[in-house]
Ligand binder design. Sequence first.
Ligand SMILES: Cc1cc2nc3c(=O)[nH]c(=O)nc-3n(C[C@H](O)[C@H](O)[C@H](O)COP(=O)(O)OP(=O)(O)OC[C@H]3O[C@@H](n4cnc5c(N)ncnc54)[C@H](O)[C@@H]3O)c2cc1C
Length: 333
Amino acid sequence: MLSFSRLHARKTVGLLKRFKSTLVIAEHNNEKLTPVTLNTITAATKLGGEVSCLVLGSQCAKVAEEVSKVKGISKVLLADSEAFKGFLPETVTPFLLATQKQLNFTHIVASASAVGKNVMPRLAAKLDVSPISDIIGVQDDSTFVRTIYAGNAIQTLKSDEPVKVITVRGTAFEPAEVGGSAPTENAPGEAANSDLSSFVGQELSKSDRPELASAKAVVAGGRGLKSGENFKLLYDLADKLDAAVGASRAAVDAGFVPNDMQVGQTGKIVAPELYIAVGISGAIQHLAGMKDSKVIVAINKDPEAPIFQVADYGLVDDLFKAVPSMTELVGKK
Ligand SMILES: Cc1cc2nc3c(=O)[nH]c(=O)nc-3n(C[C@H](O)[C@H](O)[C@H](O)COP(=O)(O)OP(=O)(O)OC[C@H]3O[C@@H](n4cnc5c(N)ncnc54)[C@H](O)[C@@H]3O)c2cc1C
């Protein structure tokens, strides 16, 4: 028979195990929340338990205010310091560890973007747990769905790690709605510069076009465009459609466009309402980044190009003829 105190201890452990709490790491530019954070919050709310959101940056109080209005957030933790300039993993991770030590979250979640991919593996290693990357579904608080083999198979995995460090594929979850009013408090932990790395500066490309990962329409070009200058054909069409412009890896590797435009397994994952693939053959690594788009249009002069197997509408034609006529037609009322 169990003594009263042992029984009590067991019950307490059981209760503590059942108590779930999730920390979402917000992604932002110190001024505005990056839209993918809203999708990440939706994934976090599916885990059950309270969801707190950490806004870590420098002069980022405006972002904390924005997050506090998102439905599903119980608390906003603010960590505002010059040390967090550039969101360097070497600076951010010790802070996250200190926060985790105090608040004992059962799940720590970020989006599977360049920022999340930079910080979360380091955090998982420091916590000595396996990270759970790029999930597309939550079955319960320890069972997750993700794609493997460049999107050719779907894996359901169960994790028994004490803290689950997760990155979320934003396109697989709806964005959380606005309509909450969570309190904001300072996150526990000391911000300190790291002697491993320091932030020197950044040059950001400025564009009036929508952001590739969250755009409703994307026009993407491949090696078939033949040069960077010819991408102007796509920019003209994109401007008419209010679309972002993406590219295949071959177009990036050839130096036509910068690598932040790459769509695919090793680029960005997109799922817009409309994806127009121009002069792209449709290699599996490219499809892994865009095949969840709602409507896919392919323009290619080769009728055998694999892109036509996933396309809803296909046009077998020379892109240098087809794209300008399309742009002209879109412009006509
Ligand atoms: C580990 C790994 C990761 C990878 N990650 C990615 C990734 O993230 N994203 C990605 O895109 N690729 C990725 N790749 C590369 C991928 O395998 C392909 O090489 C690449 O997608 C091909 O790009 P493309 O379709 O532009 O070029 P190509 O395969 O050369 O196709 C060009 C197409 O343009 C068409 N074309 C040419 N001229 C015209 C014209 N005048 N009019 C109309 N059509 C024309 C051709 O018929 C052809 O179908 C990866 C590969 C590996 C091994």
